[in-house]
Write a protein that binds this ligand. Structure first.
Ligand code: BGP
Length: 465
């Protein structure tokens, strides 16, 4: 069976500055640069972000390869630490300005739409040490200064802007489950950080609307959506899934698209004494500066059941998962390398949810992908990785996405994580995701079978299932 996708569909892939560029401007460190400096053993095989996939030096060749596999759009991010010299004043680093100018021009010269995101987990570490990072509303103002510089410098060529990648992962990683520096465990701070990031996004959008002169341009945010399915139809499991969806998905979706946080979530957080500090003026900014376009990163769903321990006994430190447990649903398909469930149908559920509950806003799949370790197992005689498992993974997700589109959801694109194998926060180079492989010793890049497959898909704007 063949399915056509809508005209001008984005066939592309996503990466980020901190995971691809390498450390070129040593003046400021982001939280990952710093964490690697002080605790290299926290990283898989002690491989840190300093070389990444060498995009700073090899961007011309990398973009040529992206063109060769037919991608018509690619997302990357501008790094705050690389573009800005004086973080308080927001003054520019000339080499950073030049580099991003050249990257954007190179994408355009190769017929690839550059999609730019402004924050991909790369908070300047000084802002954490001085102010507590996203705990601070001063940092919100500094982020807006950085965002304004980006809009002014590159707004003549960039039409698709995104403020944040996966705010929920910042909250989870930095403030709850300790997988991002500074590895704090503090539920109340986590709630404030979620709010402050939403405020920063809205304020950046407000600034964009003042600065931007191009009528074609639009701005949005990128959310990792993890639909949370209840273990049973019993009311305790349904309540657990309701809270998980409120916290993990609806909090940022509602605030970004409808301009207000869900009332039900606010009452939980208020009752528990962890509600954020917000002013009426800030809430009005969030209300007035909703997004034009949504990016959805989808990797896996959550399977949720009632909490095993009574929530009252957890009263000392507030954690959102006091309201739900995650359980291993028998028979679920897993990507064992990454430990994530494979459930492509969730993409259909997301499409229908956006259609029915979020004004059918324009959206695209901004990340989806399959991390696989030791891919050299699949090298053929010609030296190409035969990643049929990745092709099948993408096909299955596109099948359900196409169904959502047929039923009226306004999805305009699909980006794989990632064009070229790049450095990963949690596992450095263990799990590979790209259409193109990277040899981390020689930095030689080679197109995988999936790269040739997506080329055909993009050319025909059609997928065979
Ligand atoms: C997403 C991030 C990406 C990327 C991806 C893969 O959450 O936006 O930056 O890293 O996950 O996950 P990982 O790198 O942990 O394997």
């Amino acid at each position: 069976m063949k399915t056509k996708f809508p005209k001008d569909f984005w066939w592309g892939a996503a990466t980020s500055g901190p995971q691809s560029e390498g450390r070129f401007n040593k003046q400021h460190a982001n939280v990952f640069d710093y964490w690697y400096e002080v605790e290299p053993e926290a990283f898989y095989n002690q491989v840190g972000p300093d070389t990444a996939s060498n995009f700073y030096n090899s961007f011309k060749e990398d973009i040529r390869l992206m063109k060769e596999i037919g991608l018509n759009s690619v997302r990357t991010s501008i790094q705050w630490t690389r573009l800005i010299d004086n973080l308080e004043e927001g003054t520019l680093n000339e080499d950073g300005v030049r580099f991003y100018n050249e990257v954007i021009d190179e994408f355009l010269a190769n017929g690839i739409r550059p999609v730019i995101n402004l924050h991909h987990f790369d908070l300047p570490v000084e802002l954490y040490h001085k102010y507590g990072g996203w705990e601070s509303k001063h940092v919100v103002e500094l982020f807006v200064k950085f965002a304004k510089q980006c809009f002014t410098l590159y707004g003549d060529r960039i039409t698709d802007w995104f403020t944040f990648n996966e705010p929920m992962v910042i909250v989870d990683g930095q403030y709850l489950y300790q997988f991002h520096y500074p590895k704090v465990v503090d539920g109340k701070k986590a709630v404030q950080v979620a709010y402050n990031i939403q405020l920063a996004s809205a304020k950046a959008i407000q600034a964009f609307r003042k600065i931007n002169k191009n009528k074609e341009s639009r701005i949005g945010t990128i959310l990792n959506l993890t639909p949370s399915y209840p273990a049973s139809a019993e009311k305790e499991d349904l309540a657990a899934a309701e809270f998980a969806n409120l916290w993990l998905n609806q909090m940022f979706l509602d605030a970004s698209i409808n301009g207000a946080f869900p009332e039900k979530l606010i009452s939980y957080l208020t009752r528990d004494g962890v509600i954020w500090e917000a002013t009426a003026e800030e809430l009005a900014i969030i209300q007035a500066n909703t997004i034009d376009v949504l990016g959805v990163n989808f990797y896996h769903p959550h399977r949720v059941s009632r909490p095993s321990v009574s929530s009252d006994s957890l009263a000392v430190d507030w954690m959102p998962n006091k309201y739900y447990d995650e359980y291993d649903m028998p028979g679920r398909r897993m990507n064992v390398d990454k430990g994530w469930e494979i459930y492509p149908q969730a993409l259909y559920d997301i499409a229908i949810n956006i259609r029915d509950n979020y004004g059918n806003i324009d959206w695209f799949v901004s990340e989806n992908g399959m991390g696989v370790s030791r891919e050299e197992r699949y090298l053929n005689k010609e030296g190409m990785i035969e990643d049929d498992y990745r092709i099948q993974f993408i096909q299955e997700h596109l099948y359900w996405l196409a169904k959502g589109i047929e039923e009226g959801s306004n999805c305009f694109g699909y980006h794989l994580w990632t064009p070229i194998d790049c450095w990963s926060w949690g596992n450095a180079y263990r799990n590979r995701y790209g259409f193109i492989s990277t040899n981390i010793h020689t930095q030689v890049k080679t197109i995988k079978k999936s790269g040739y497959w997506i080329k055909q898909v993009a050319l025909e704007n059609e997928v065979t299932f």
